[in-house]
Ligand binder design. Structure first.
Ligand code: ADP
Ligand code: MG
Ligand code: ZN
Length: 728
């Protein structure tokens, strides 16, 4: 058929899809495939690749076969197309016999425009035979990076696509992917036998995203701190395991964030609910494994956090790519620890050798990225074969807080010399050994110890040289050999440098230590004696006494000793921090907080103390649900016996719970219950006792002869009333 007229394509774009303009190179791509040229499309996620095969299928003679790896994605697209009024169908293992018969019939009579096929179905002989009879315009291979075992999402069935297409006929192919390093790109083209294809590659630069890597240390605290700075905004937090997903989601909820988990192990109903909640803005934060995000097109995701290190830069780029789709702010934060890399390597240990080696290379790139002092954007783009020319992108941690630079001209020169003199056939480690003059079996067996460059860099250590060579690569004086993984060659720019060396400013890598990656969340136990600052404790105690005297209250009503001990341990200097102390609720903060904070502040300043925790990670106590239930029931004035019964606990145990609630600073009004069992005079009587008592001990109260008419239960109830009214 003739080259499609521009007008026809634009007409269809508007009429069927409702868009008034093509994005980027969509139109040229569509023309190209309609002209039966092989077409290779590399475009970031969300750029609009699907349209590049959907639209031409409407104007071409014959249908388009679309090969796509995920049945869920396939179904999504088919539903979308059907909603546009286009007859699209899929052929995969989820169909019944009669459905298959129907789909096949519609293919043969020409009513289907798009036929989605899973690679597994494509390889079935009966399907191949069938497709031979169908009038096919072209084949689209979506997520084409799955073909390459050098990429991050290899699927063996994808490797058979070419052979099967060849059996069906001589058909033009359009391959599409959002991630392809130069190596993967070449691999895809070779595999699909389309080296001559026209390549349409868009820039991968996401100018509105801010990239940041932090050492994974006290990660939960760091996370909370980060999220406090993004309160009310939407974001995704990626974790490696389902267990971690649930743990973090719960931790965030306990700390006052609106978060929900998402992973493949959750029931479909819950998954759907959480996903919809996120899309509808009922949920701010989704904590997820990488199962979340495919096909999700939420424009206003303001941050993406990698709580654990991703398995590859491809994955990292895709996941961070979900931030800021609307072109506005998108903060991408990754917590990095070499321990995470080790963990991931262990997961790989059961894989076949080649696969394991590939995964290892991907992981290594990941750690280079994290540890490198070079602009993150430059690194990412370089990884995907694109050169970023600006010196300072202003949108990454390494540009905003640059490390000290040093003149690297001589080092770069040596690195290039080392690659050249060894014949451009070796990888990073070997070059480092040559530079440092290491005598090992390799340097010897290749006689590299005889080279002029051998040992010329022995003043510097191994890590230094690795860092130099990686930077020399990113600045493109050296380049990766696409054919031989790991091998470094000298680039055009590197050769020019040797003729005319120029200044190259380098920096040292980040030095991340391991250990204390995560905060152990422990329920706060009473603090051991003397673990606290005794001097401050004494001051606090004296102050409490003075204040209590002024207020005409017993000291323990203000704060109990364990609370003072905790203050003398964590040095709270804000109301918020003070309210995190056991036994201190908002009521107490409001009543007595100012004075105590003032005292602690003064003490901290005088003694130059670095406060222990700027952020406190509240624990998610299993009992918290029970507590909330009890508070709610008391609010509704439900009979205490009834509450105990409905929770299947004894009255005693209920009283314990209520006391816990009360002593951690929540004000409870039990009048409705107490008024039933104690007349007003008796209540006043007991109140009087607590007001004058030395301590709030129930045993002491029971021993006191004034109280001989009262039961333990009554005394405890009155103590709760007393504490609620005076202390909370
Ligand atoms: P990709 O496969 O590249 O990740 P999609 O094909 O899923 O991206 O498209 C992403 C979004 O962009 C979809 O919502 C799609 O409808 C929209 N889109 C595609 N082309 C255009 C266009 N020309 N104008 C406006 N929106 C478009
Ligand atoms: Mg797509
Ligand atoms: Zn930068």
């Amino acid at each position: 058929m003739l080259a499609a007229e521009t007008d026809i394509l634009r007409g269809k774009l508007k009429e069927v899809f409702g868009y008034s303009q093509f994005r980027g190179t969509q139109e040229a791509i569509i023309q190209n495939i309609l002209n039966k040229h092989n077409t290779f499309v590399i475009m970031p996620t969300g750029a609009g690749k699907s349209l590049c095969y959907q639209l031409p299928s409407l104007v071409a003679d014959g249908l388009a076969v679309v090969i796509s790896p995920l049945i869920a994605l396939m179904k999504n697209q088919v539903d979308q197309m059907n909603a546009f009024g286009i007859n699209a169908q899929f052929l995969n293992s989820t169909l019944s016999k009669s459905e298959i018969t129907r789909v096949k019939k519609e293919c043969l009579n020409g009513s289907i425009k798009l036929l989605y096929v899973a690679p597994e179905s494509l390889t079935k002989p009966e399907n191949v035979d069938f497709l031979k009879k169908v009038d096919i315009a072209f084949v689209a291979v979506d997520e084409a990076h799955c073909i390459s075992e050098w990429g991050h999402d290899f699927r063996p069935e994808y490797r058979r696509i070419k052979e099967i297409i060849a059996q069906i006929g001589n058909l033009p192919i359009i391959a599409l992917t959002a991630t392809a390093t130069p190596k993967v790109q070449l691999d895809i083209q070779k595999n699909l036998n389309m080296e001559g294809a026209n390549l349409f590659k868009s820039s991968f630069n996401r100018t509105n995203l801010f990239y940041e890597v932090r050492q994974k240390r006290h990660a939960k605290k760091q996370l909370i701190q980060f999220l406090k700075g993004h309160k009310g905004k939407c974001g995704i937090i990626y974790c490696l395991s389902r267990k971690k997903v649930e743990e973090i989601a719960e931790m965030l909820n306990v700390n006052g964030f609106n978060a929900a988990p998402y992973h493949a192990g959750l029931e479909p109903g819950i998954r759907e609910k959480n996903q919809d909640g996120f899309l509808n803005e009922d949920i701010d934060i989704v904590v997820a494994t990488i199962a979340f995000g495919m096909g999700i097109d939420k424009p206003d995701v303001r941050f993406v956090v990698h709580y654990d290190v991703p398995k590859s830069l491809e994955g990292y780029y895709q996941e961070t790519g979900r931030a800021g789709r609307d072109g506005l702010e998108g903060h991408c934060l990754m917590f990095y620890s070499h321990n995470d890399i080790n963990k991931l390597e262990k997961f790989n240990k059961d894989k076949p050798v080649q696969e394991r080696e590939n995964s290892r290379v991907l992981l290594q790139e990941m750690s280079f990225y994290a540890e490198s002092p070079v602009c993150r954007r430059k690194q990412l783009l370089h990884y995907f074969g694109e050169e970023y020319m600006q010196d300072n992108c202003g949108g990454c941690d390494n540009c905003v807080n640059p490390k000290d630079k040093y003149e690297g001209k001589d080092y770069v020169h040596k690195a290039i010399d080392a690659a050249l003199q060894t014949g451009e056939r070796f990888g990073l480690n070997h070059l480092v050994h040559v530079l440092r003059g290491v005598n090992n079996q390799y340097t010897k067996s290749y006689s590299h110890d005889k080279l002029q460059i051998f040992g010329k860099g022995d003043n510097e250590d191994e890590e230094f040289w690795k860092s130099v060579i990686r930077q020399t690569l990113i600045y493109e004086y050296l380049e990766k050999d696409i054919e031989n993984i790991g091998v470094l060659k000298v680039s055009e720019r590197g050769r020019a440098f040797l003729d005319n060396p120029v200044s190259v400013m380098l920096a040292k890598d980040h030095e991340y230590t391991t250990g204390e990656e995560e905060d152990e969340i422990v329920e706060r136990a009473p603090i051991n004696a003397k673990a606290y600052d005794e001097e401050l404790f004494t001051l606090l105690k004296a102050f409490r006494k003075k204040l209590a005297h002024q207020l005409d209250l017993p000291p323990y009503v203000l704060f109990q000793d364990p609370s003072l001990e905790e203050m003398a341990t964590t040095y709270p200097t804000t109301e918020e921090e003070l309210s995190q102390i056991n036994g201190v609720g908002v009521g107490k903060v409001a009543k007595f907080g100012k004075e105590f904070i003032g005292l602690i502040k003064e003490y901290v300043e005088e003694n130059d103390i670095v406060t222990a925790s700027k952020v406190v990670v509240k624990s998610s106590v299993n009992k918290s649900k029970m507590k909330i239930f009890i508070i709610q029931q008391i609010d509704r004035k439900i009979d205490l016996d009834e509450i105990a019964e409905s929770k299947g606990i004894t009255f005693e145990a209920l009283l314990d719970e209520i006391e816990n609630i009360c002593y951690s600073g929540t004000r409870l009004n039990l009048d409705y219950y107490i008024d039933e069992i104690l007349d007003p005079e008796k209540q006043d009587d007991i109140f009087e006792y607590f007001l004058n008592a030395e301590s709030d001990s129930i045993d002491e109260a029971l021993d006191d002869e004034d109280n001989e008419d009262y039961s333990e239960e009554e005394l405890r109830l009155m103590r709760i009333k007393f504490m609620s009214e005076y202390a909370n």
